[in-house]
Design a protein around this ligand. Structure first.
Ligand code: BYC
Length: 312
């Protein structure tokens, strides 16, 4: 008779999904709640820098696209919070931890969106980086997370293309528009590379997450893939990459890039980025303003339950 541990290990080894009712080690559950919860928070906080431009989008078409994109991100947050709930996490608790600074969200959303080109850069570079990471997560070992990723990737793929198209229009526009596009690339390039997390030799969660097949590729592998995908796109746009050390290695087929400013990354994830305070305050306000809705829904659900019991 197999022990629970052997059954779990066997499933992971043979790429059979772990499902909510299956036995799983406590540490596996805990790291999934951490990663999925933080991923959900990233989607929701990620709506803020983009939402900032809905009223200022340059045309009706751009406004409609941006509105749809921001709504998609809200949906992604909901799938992810639901996936975390299948592991026993509590949504209110996750929200309170986010607001108290005890749960993270992606570092990228702590940078401001100063111009319209930043919205194009988010769609193209940020969603582009997210897809590289998330395509790999479509085969992650926890079933509900993997299934949420399949749908999310389809939507992110549209986001990435619309971002590239918006950037292409700017890059081929007036000299002022091209300069605005270049400025956005200059400011978003390095933070996009930071989205993949610290280098592999400085990533405390990676060893366990890779053994459990939560992560199928390391932070550095995914970052390299993103750079290889994106450098030719930047060049195609006639823009430059703000990295004097960038070179193409013909033997490996990789674009080798310069040193990431890890001091900046660790400061941002410790709450000291340019917009951390503003982002958390926006989430705190939304959480407090929405209390009456949550309370009303709870009372309504209770009444429905009482009525159902009476009818039974
Ligand atoms: N930002 O041991 P490591 C989107 C933390 S949103 C902040 O390598 P792990 C979109 C990490 O959490 C896409 N924190 O960790 C939405 C850990 O701290 P804790 C978001 C970061 O988990 C709206 C510590 O650093 N995508 O697409 O093995 C509009 C050590 O790191 C970051 C996801 O969330 C960071 N960049 O690997 C537009 C993908 N990097 O938790 C677009 C899912 C690291 O121990 N997540 N940290 O306190 C993952 O794949 C992994 O969690 C990571 C990090 C690769 C991010």
């Amino acid at each position: 008779m197999n022990t629970q541990v052997e059954l779990f290990d066997n499933k992971v080894e043979n790429d059979i999904s772990i499902e909510p009712k299956d036995w799983m080690p406590d540490a596996y559950r805990k790291t999934l709640i951490r990663q999925i919860g933080q991923h959900g928070h990233s989607e929701v906080v990620g709506m803020l820098p983009e939402g900032n431009w809905i009223t200022r989008a340059p045309t009706l078409k751009r406004k409609a696209v941006l509105l749809a994109k921001v709504q998609d991100e809200a949906g992604h947050g909901l799938y992810l919070y639901s996936a975390a709930e299948t592991l026993g996490a509590d949504r209110d608790d996750m929200m309170e931890k986010l607001i108290a600074g005890r749960m993270k969200y992606s570092s990228i959303f702590n940078y401001p969106t100063l111009t319209w080109a930043d919205i194009a850069a988010i769609g193209w570079l940020v969603d582009g980086a997210a897809i590289v990471n998330q395509v790999a997560l479509c085969r992650t070992s926890y079933g509900p997370y993997a299934r949420a990723m399949v749908r999310i990737c389809k939507e992110e793929s549209f986001h990435q293309r619309q971002g590239f198209e918006a950037m292409m229009v700017l890059a081929n526009g007036t000299p002022e528009q091209k300069a605005m596009a270049q400025d956005a690339v200059d400011r978003f390039w390095w933070p996009a590379l930071m989205m993949f997390g610290p280098n592999d030799d400085n990533s405390p969660n990676s060893a366990a997450s890779m053994a459990w097949k939560i992560k199928l590729f390391s932070n550095d592998e995914l970052r390299q893939k993103f750079v290889n995908n994106t450098v030719p796109q930047v060049l195609q746009l006639g823009l430059t990459i703000p990295d004097k050390d960038l070179t193409f290695n013909e033997e490996t087929g990789n674009y080798e890039f310069g040193e990431i400013n890890w001091d900046e990354f660790f400061a941002v994830i410790a709450g000291k980025g340019p917009c951390n305070h503003e982002r958390i305050e926006a989430r705190r306000k939304a959480w407090e303003d929405g209390k009456w809705v949550r309370d009303s829904a709870a009372v309504y659900a209770q009444k429905q339950q009482v009525n159902a019991q009476k009818a039974a």
